[in-house]
Design a binder for this molecule. Structure first.
Ligand SMILES: Nc1ncnc2c1ncn2[C@@H]1O[C@H](COP(=O)(O)OP(=O)(O)OP(=O)(O)O)[C@@H](O)[C@H]1O
Ligand SMILES: Nc1nc2c(ncn2[C@@H]2O[C@H](COP(=O)(O)O)[C@@H](O)[C@H]2O)c(=O)[nH]1
Ligand SMILES: [Mg+2]
Length: 207
């Protein structure tokens, strides 16, 4: 175990446990349907679904001091510190590595440097599913979800902040990976099943 790796997960070094893992990034705006599609992918293909947002919400729910700091950032729709979310994802991947058929990384990266750091410390994705929906569709879906989700970021103002951040910071991620030819753009305007049919085609093109 290297210096400063008290938790057994060394943030700065690639883990041998992850070196052969199949990694799929699932990227799209807030409310585009990333989580919904990931659940259907898990059901059909058995991959391991890791949502960066869900990992962060679990930390918030734990009541930890770090969770309190994260909550303040998330309810404004801002991005949390890169190392925080990257280490959380890495730890979660290592914990599942021995039994996983592959990882769906849902909602990460949100900016190009996050992708670069992920590849330095974990590995490269083989596919990026770009879940593409119109802003008004995402807004409508999140307002509706907010009626029951209890999520502090499903409010009109925070949704607006998240959409602005998505177009500013996350859309460049798509262009970055398009250069590698691993992006499959999914039209997320239709029904859940219509969207999933495109997702399934993209995944089966890997096999
Ligand atoms: N194709 C679809 N048609 C209609 N509603 C959808 C569709 N996909 C997802 N939804 C609904 O839209 C809301 C947002 O979906 P989901 O939580 O999957 O989005 P997300 O991209 O993970 O959002 P976030 O980034 O905020 O976590 C949910 O209430 C979900 O039921
Ligand atoms: N800096 C980053 N912040 C992230 C990332 N993924 C999530 N978040 C924060 O959590 C909320 C909710 O995320 P969601 O995927 O459930 O919508 C988001 O608004 C950010 O505050 C990430 O990869 N990097
Ligand atoms: Mg989600």
């Amino acid at each position: 175990m290297g210096a400063g790796c008290s938790s057994g997960v060394c943030p700065s070094r690639k883990s041998d446990k992850l070196k052969n893992s199949k990694i799929i990034f699932v990227v799209g705006g807030p409310g585009s349907g990333k989580g919904t599609q990931c659940e259907k992918i898990v059901e059909r293909y058995g991959f391991t679904h890791l949502s960066s947002g869900d990992l962060l919400r679990a930390e918030v729910s734990s009541g930890s001091e770090r969770g309190k700091q994260l909550a303040a950032i998330m309810e404004k729709g801002e991005l949390v510190p890169l190392d925080t979310i990257l280490n959380m994802i890495k730890e979660a991947m290592i914990a599942k590595a021995s039994t996983s058929k592959g990882f769906l990384i849902d909602g990460y990266p949100r900016e190009v440097r996050q992708g670069e750091e992920f590849e330095k410390k974990i590995g490269a994705p083989c596919l990026l599913l770009y879940i593409d929906a119109k802003a008004e569709t995402m807004l409508m879906r999140l307002i509706k979800r907010g009626e029951t989700s209890g999520r502090s970021d499903d409010t009109a103002q925070t949704i607006k902040n998240r959409l602005e951040l998505y177009y500013k910071a996350t859309e460049p991620v798509i262009a970055y990976y398009q250069g590698r030819g691993i992006v499959r753009k999914i039209n997320a305007e239709g029904s859940v099943d219509e969207v999933f049919s495109q997702v399934a085609n993209a995944i089966e093109s890997l096999q």
